[in-house]
Ligand binder design. Sequence first.
Ligand SMILES: *[C@@H]1O[C@H](CO)[C@@H](O)[C@H](O)[C@H]1NC(C)=O
Ligand SMILES: *[C@@H]1O[C@H](CO)[C@@H](O)[C@H](O)[C@H]1NC(C)=O
Length: 393
Amino acid sequence: MNPKFLHTALGLFALLLPESSLAQSCSTIPSEYSFSGSSLLLPDPFTFLNGTKVVTKDAWACRRDEILALFQAYELGPLPPAVETVSATVSSNRLNIVVSANGKTLSFAPSIRLPSGTGPFPAIIALGGASVPIPSNVALTILNNEEIAATDPRGKGKFFDFFGRDQKTGGLLAWAWAVSRIMDALEKLGPAATKINPERVGVTGCSRNGKGAFVSGAFDSRIRLTLPQEAGSGGMGCWRIVAEMKKNGTKVEDASQIVNGDQWFSTDFSKYVNDLSKLPLDHHFLAGLVAPRGLLVIENSGIDYLGPVSTYGCASAGRLIYTALSSERHMGFAQAAHGSSHCQLPASLRADVTTYIDWWLLDKTTPASIFKTDKTYNFHLGRWVHWTVPNLV
Ligand SMILES: *[C@@H]1O[C@H](CO)[C@@H](O)[C@H](O)[C@H]1NC(C)=O
Ligand SMILES: *[C@@H]1O[C@H](CO)[C@@H](O)[C@H](O)[C@H]1NC(C)=O
């Protein structure tokens, strides 16, 4: 819907409805809005675009909608409106999904590997494949995300064949859209058909697919556990901290570089990559979108390109949103090096991944909090965060 129209429509509703009915109506960005912040300060998650402070959990739900809208407008591109119909069938090792709208169809068939037994089992959706250990009592479904939206060139893939090649949407949100259609299919078919419990689903992926897994968990609240692995910049890395690392001489992938070649972001993101002071979000907000659901960020301290300080620092800021929601332990951060190899989980982090899967998907005991790195950083959160953390009630 045209944002201006929605804005006007909401104004009308606001006159007719009591405030409590507006929970779903907070996501519009005023058409005249422009942000002017600092490239050295992480934006405040707890202030609405109109300047009002977020002080309750209900208001946070509303601010979360606003942040979802900001990610679409500034960085990821628009998520298509949910007007299409989704039908699904399950065969022995495939979930066959058909999305249709306006006489067009999009079909894709993620693989399914089920544990033996009758279920229902929890499941992990892996973008491209899983490079964390999946317990034998958890189902694994693999999405061929590059077939949905190619990293390169822009506009290639089933998402664009279906919605049109001129979409501003980048790959990350197109992949997340497909993950949500898997969730639709799992819910629609139900555990009797799929042997999968749609209320115990996690999502993972590594590197670019880790960025996609993170965005999937951020946008779809039905996902109970988000496990982004070595996603670096565009995942847990805050663009502003990345930019400072780059300035300091680290060979980290920064915003201005990431928009060249790899088509993961909105075409509009390029307007902000060279002036981050105009970007009303940073990636601590991405963690905040997942909150208070389970999130374990798995990072690699041994690869400069992934921006180890930025992922650590940005996770520290993102966790403050969990703190505000009295769920600090729900977000874990586990960072270690494994020589110079990428997407090979270091032995020292295996137990952390298992702990989060046990906790969120298998309903085992709540563990102690995990927030660790094998490096020592000279990182001062107070330098980047000039907002206070409310205790949302
Ligand atoms: C600011 O926006 C929020 C979310 O839409 C709303 O709840 C609040 O009432 C607004 N504040 C003002 C002063 O308009
Ligand atoms: C960049 O270098 C300055 C000066 O040494 C230091 O204070 C700062 O923490 C560094 N920034 C990052 C993100 O590593």
